[in-house]
Design a protein around this ligand. Sequence first.
Ligand SMILES: C[S@@+](CC[C@H](N)C(=O)[O-])C[C@H]1O[C@@H](n2cnc3c(N)ncnc32)[C@H](O)[C@@H]1O
Ligand SMILES: O=C(O)C(=O)C[C@]1(C(=O)O)C=C[C@H](O)C=C1
Length: 243
Amino acid sequence: MQHSDPDDLFDRAEMPVAPFEFNADVARVFPDMVRRSVPGYADLVALCGLVARRVARPGTRCYDLGCSLGAVSLAMLARTPSGVGIVAVDNARAMVDGLARRLAEVPGGERVRVCCADVREVEVADASVVALNLTLQFLPPQARAGLLARIRDGMVPGGVLVLAEKVRFDDAAEAALVTALHEDFKRANGYSELAIAGKRAALERVLVPEPAAAHEQRLREVGFTRVTRLYQHLNFVAWAAWT
Ligand SMILES: C[S@@+](CC[C@H](N)C(=O)[O-])C[C@H]1O[C@@H](n2cnc3c(N)ncnc32)[C@H](O)[C@@H]1O
Ligand SMILES: O=C(O)C(=O)C[C@]1(C(=O)O)C=C[C@H](O)C=C1
C-alpha cells in the first residue's frame, strides 16, 4: 500500500462540514481513507491491472481517469509490457503531485504520463483499457454520457472500459440494508459515528450515485456492445464495458 497518514479528517471537521473536496488534506490521508471506506477497494484496483494484462497490447494506451495517487496506474504498470503507454489524469493538483513523486521511485515509472486536467478535456486515443475507478460519480450526472461517449470513440476494437461506482438502490428496504452494512464496514475499520455522519454530509451532492441499471443502460446507449458486471461488494459495483 502507498504511504498514508491515518484518516481522521471527519473527526476534526468543523460543523457544519464543508462539501467534500480532493484537496491536499485528503491527498495526505487518501490511501488510508479509501481502504477503510470502500469495501473491496483493493480488489477493484487489482481488477484493473488484471484486465490490462489480458487486454492491453503494445502500441495502445491504458488510461486511469480520476487517478488520485495512481493505485490503478501502478497496477496497470505492473501488469503490462513496456510497449503499452499509461495515461493518468486527475484535476486535483495534490493528487497528481503525489503520483509523480511515487512514480519517480518505481522502475518503469516513466511509462506513466501524468496529467493534471479535467477528464472531460483530455484526448482519449488508441485506448485498449480505460479505468474510471470511483470517478464518474463525481461528475455532474448530465456530463456523464458525454464523457463515456468520448472514451468509447477513443478506444481500439477489443478495448475494455472498467467502470467502478458507488451505486444507489431505489428500493427503500434494499437501500437501508446496504447503507447500514456499508456504515458497519466503516465502523469495523475504526471510523467514529461523528466521522461517518460528517463524511455522509460532506459527500451529499458531491458524489451523486445512480442505480446500477442506469449505468448499464447508459453504457449501452453510448455504444458499448457488451456490459459485464465483474464485481460487487455492497454498494460498490464494477463493470467491463466492451467496444
Ligand atoms: C475516489 S477518487 C478515485 C480513486 C482512484 N481512481 C483510485 O483507484 O485510487 C476520485 C478522483 O477523481 C478525481 N476527479 C473528480 N472529478 C474529476 C474531473 N472532472 N476530472 C479529473 N479528475 C476528477 C478526484 O480529484 C479524485 O482524485
Ligand atoms: O466514504 C464513502 O462513503 C465513499 O463513498 C467513499 C469514497 C468513494 O466512493 O469515492 C468517497 C470519497 C473518497 O474519499 C473515497 C471513497
